[in-house]
Design a protein around this ligand. Sequence first.
Ligand code: ASP
Ligand code: MG
Length: 462
Amino acid sequence: MRYVMKFGGSSVKDAGYGAICDLVSDYKGNEIVVVVSALKGATDGLLRAAKKAESGDRGWVQNFLIDFKKAHDSVVGNCIAGVPAWLEEGLSRAGSELEQAFQAIMHLREASPRSVDYILSFGERYSSLIACAALVSRGIKSKSFTGGEAGIITNDRFGGATPIMEFTREKARSILCPLLEEGFVPVVGGFAGKTKDGIVTTLGRGGSDYTATILADAVDADEVIIWSDVDGIMTADPKIEPGAITVPEITYEEATDMVVLGAKSMHPRALEPLIEKRIPLRLKNTFNPRHDGTLVTDKLSRPFPSVVKVISMVNGVGMLTIKGSSMVGEPGTAARFFNMLAEAKINIMMISQSISETNISVVIKREFLEKAQEILGKEVALGGGKVEIEPDVSVIAAVGEGMKGTPGVAARMFRAVANVGVNIRMISQGSSELNVSFVTKEADAVKAVRALHEEFINRARK
Ligand code: ASP
Ligand code: MG
């Protein structure tokens, strides 16, 4: 079998990359491309440091660079006995290039998206070098690459670049396949790529998942495994619902609906490269590898006992409602409002409008609520309407293909929530019927998740 295995920052705990080495050894006899993300917190740290550098805070940046080096040195110390010279050289070259980049930002007092992408790419660059050395120290033949070196060619939308698959496929295949055939385990740093001109880009936060699936397409992998620290996708967050269980299989469509919701934080585009070639994806736990985890596939091998598979809760959001009778029968109203939000770079997460057309509600990130109210307020007031905001809300979403065409699911859902005294503020269901989302007061959200879990999942298992 040919695998692409992606290890997230959470796979790297005290034993450093030891767990990765053990797993790669467990899969001996297969061809494996390893994709690693940065150490936990590394990308956030780099981003923060880029902002500090832009504001000219030299002391802060210096300390950051010292800590950043220390964190990586300590991982090296934990998992590699007898550090090879090539690793020392590679890390020290990366270290001085990173420092030079920060110097340049501090000098210019400007961190453009292009500079930020360059800075952010270092987390994965360090971790790919270390993971590769860890494998080599265990006698596994390996070679390390940055995303760009491995052949990931993207457009120049810095901060969220898209791979140009026709180039990437050919390049990555020609670089990685011969190594696989010779028994090497290539280690590729996730998240970053480069433009045709060689400028470093990133695929957006969480982009290492995407790197793994892009490479899986390129090398025609049989399966992608994303290793993290949970047993796959759960029916609910186990911290909220102790009865939550792993969902053994879900379809690409269901998974797409879930990643968009952030139930399992995966890059929103990560599934795209897999769908056409129907490459299955497995989500597994680095620290509990015997557990099958969740298989994301095109066809389920057995039905799930409940029509609803996953109940998730999205926090940190707020609801904004535009009210006014001047909107009735007026084409282009919604477009105008949404455009104003788009211009302010405010992303709309959920939309609902009643057939009376007298109000439109949207859910956006909580931090943008007041700004959005201000932007839309003046315009809406002209037509005699008003804009109201509610910051203390959460979105609950139920996902499952079994809901499609099954009457009564929404009724059961809302009855279960009503029975525990929770009021629903806004509802939305796409016509795909894979997903029903609704808004409650934040203080009621956990109660609502539990009520739904009891109604759909627990009951189906009894
Ligand atoms: N290190 C990057 C991030 O934190 C990419 C990833 O982890 O997938 O967003
Ligand atoms: Mg991630």
